[in-house]
Design a protein around this ligand. Structure first.
Ligand code: HEM
Length: 266
């Protein structure tokens, strides 16, 4: 199956096994499996509650605010946010499949527009919920998710601009960076679950203010971004050793099925 790395492998002069491309495919497939489960959770839990008008049902899982009786604007923003969450999660996965790009360019273009629109709505709406509605447990967490929002907005603008000017190699690089930071919310869930299993929850505070919480508040976007950057650099001008090193790194990041949203990320 062709995935994100196919675009890089096509630029490789070597006809020997391209471990970097294979590792990219493996990494994509493991992330896709986890994000499909996340999408299913959003559809089953949030779509069911929202589209049937049972807004109070959002609070059946632990949230910072969620549904607040009488807060029409806040509840509306939350509803739009969770509805768009499924679009961006599924849309990002579809967007990175080269077979769709080459065989159905119109699907890639329209899904890309929807993806960028959902990135815009989730980031701006998320910023309003965080600072306007006051949905944060501690300042570090609030700053961490704000950084993520700014990265999403910046990378989305770069990816869009490059596509408009038909600079497709550059567009692909910004799109992969965008995917990394737009997946931060999902990476956070994976991080909590993996850490919880490995340590029994050491360093996790009641108000998400333990050392691990503070680390993950930034690592959920910066760590995937760093790995994406290594992947891109190794693919464009890495030595064979560097390419194998990054390939090994990608394969060591195993897929872990995310727990359906242990806590909100605001
Ligand atoms: C771009 C990808 C994003 C996805 C897929 C996403 C997904 C979600 C989901 C599923 C929820 C419901 C609560 C939960 O189950 O955890 C939620 C809530 C929330 N999100 Fe996001 N989100 C994204 C980006 C952002 C950004 C960038 C911000 C802030 C700048 C943000 C701020 C919030 C806030 C404040 C809540 C409300 C939490 C509460 O009331 O307890 N989100 N998001």
């Amino acid at each position: 199956m062709a995935t994100i790395d196919a675009s890089l492998s096509s630029t490789s002069p070597s006809r020997r096994t391209d471990w970097l491309a294979r590792a990219g495919t493996f990494c994509y497939l493991t992330i896709a499996a986890g994000q499909l489960l996340f999408t299913a959770f959003i559809l089953l839990f949030y779509y069911t509650a929202t589209l049937t008008g049972n807004f109070a049902g959002w609070n059946d899982k632990p949230l910072i605010k969620g549904f607040v009786p009488g807060d029409i604007a806040g509840n509306l923003f939350f509803a739009v946010h969770v509805l768009m969450a499924a679009a961006i999660t599924l849309g990002g996965l579809v967007q990175l499949i080269p077979a769709i790009r080459s065989r159905w360019p119109a699907v890639h273009r329209w899904n890309g527009r929807l993806y960028l629109l959902s990135a815009l709505i989730l980031s701006l709406g998320g910023l309003w919920m965080t600072w306007g509605r006051g949905t944060w447990l501690n300042l570090t967490g609030g700053i961490g998710i704000t950084l993520d929002a700014l990265l999403i907005l910046g990378f989305a603008a770069m990816a869009w601009g490059a596509a408009r000017q038909r600079r497709f190699a550059e567009h692909r690089r910004w799109a992969i960076r965008l995917f990394a930071v737009a997946s931060a919310v999902w990476f956070m869930r994976v991080g909590y679950m993996a850490w919880g299993i490995a340590t029994g929850g050491a360093g996790i505070g009641k108000a998400m203010d333990g050392p691990f919480d503070l680390f993950l508040a930034f690592a959920n976007s910066l760590l995937p971004l760093a790995v994406a950057e290594l992947y891109l650099r190794a693919g464009s001008h890495g030595t064979p050793l560097a390419r194998k090193g990054v390939a090994a790194l990608l394969c060591s990041r195993r897929s872990r099925h995310p727990q359906p949203a242990a806590r909100a990320h605001g």
